[in-house]
Design a protein around this ligand. Structure first.
Ligand SMILES: *[C@@H]1O[C@H](CO)[C@@H](O)[C@H](O)[C@H]1NC(C)=O
Ligand SMILES: *[C@@H]1O[C@H](CO)[C@@H](O)[C@H](O)[C@H]1NC(C)=O
Ligand SMILES: *[C@@H]1O[C@H](CO)[C@@H](O)[C@H](O)[C@H]1NC(C)=O
Length: 249
């Protein structure tokens, strides 16, 4: 008991005061090196594997699988209204991503990073509760969902601004953008509510037969969420490690 308390205390103290040695976890690239982009490709590739399990010392959550407590989406178009709350969402596949290119642009006022990537397979699963309206028909549905995407091609675009704190300059990420091209997408939704079995079965079949236009239609909703999640996760790193330590001159 006593030992546990002491260990806990030591843990708390080191979390607050330890100077984080980022080089212990991630390959560091000098921002003025001529080969900074090549260095970043290797650094980010290795970083994805390292960060798959999270970086406890920095409070960076595991990236693969990544867990989101809840995502809510509301969709309205013509006669269709749908509201969905997804819970305990797990996304896996990022650690198998391949980094192809990276470009960094930074000056006194702004920070911009682009990373070109491909991922063979991303699997998303979770629980959901949904309410739908189609003309005068209203229904609820609830259960589990999963989505398998293959052959993803995308570019991460991160934008940030410098932020001074305690004589150090950090970068605060303000925007995270991606628009993945997907080779194939399959999704399944289970439904525990007897009244809406028929319509959810129809919706499942329709969604799989028409995934391409549906993906395009729903992309802005997904991007809103990726933006929020990407900013939150990136800042766990960027706001803890001074810019001069992350990208030394
Ligand atoms: C759907 O669920 C909502 C919220 O729980 C409830 O207010 C509504 O009456 C339900 N609608 C149907 C058609 O069961
Ligand atoms: C910031 O730097 C100044 C000048 O070197 C120093 O007096 C001050 O104590 C430093 N503040 C912090 C929070 O480190
Ligand atoms: C996806 O969900 C469906 C419906 O709930 C289920 O039958 C299937 O086994 C799930 N797939 C995976 C890989 O979990």
């Amino acid at each position: 008991m006593f030992i546990k308390r002491v260990l806990f205390l030591v843990g708390v103290i080191s979390n607050c005061y330890a100077k984080v040695d980022l080089g212990k976890y991630l390959k560091i690239c000098s921002r003025n090196a001529v080969d900074v982009n090549d260095c970043l490709v290797v650094a980010i590739q290795m970083g994805l594997v390292t960060m798959a399990g999270g970086l406890q010392e920095l409070g960076v959550p595991p990236l693969d699988p990544n867990h989101e407590k809840e995502i809510r989406i509301e969709y309205k178009r013509n006669q269709i209204f749908a509201r969905m709350s997804m819970k305990d969402i797990y996304v896996e596949g990022l650690k198998a991503a391949k980094v192809h290119d990276a470009r960094i642009r930074a000056d006194e006022d702004r920070f911009h990073l682009e990373v070109d990537m491909t991922t063979p397979r991303v699997f998303v699963q979770g629980n959901y509760f949904g309410e739908g309206r189609f003309n005068s028909l209203t229904f609820n549905a609830s259960g589990m969902f999963n989505t398998t995407m293959t052959d993803l091609v995308y570019t991460w675009k991160l934008d940030g601004v410098p932020e001074k704190r305690d004589n150090e300059t950090y970068v605060r990420i303000k925007s995270f953008y991606m628009r993945p091209d997907v080779g194939n997408l399959e999704s399944y939704v289970s439904n525990d509510i007897p009244e809406s079995q028929g319509i959810i079965q129809l919706a499942n079949d329709f969604a799989n037969a028409n995934w391409r236009p549906l993906y395009r239609e729903l992309l802005p909703y997904a991007q809103d969420n990726w933006n929020k999640i990407g900013i939150r996760i990136a800042n766990k790193l960027f706001l803890k490690v001074p810019y001069d330590k992350m990208f030394p001159a």
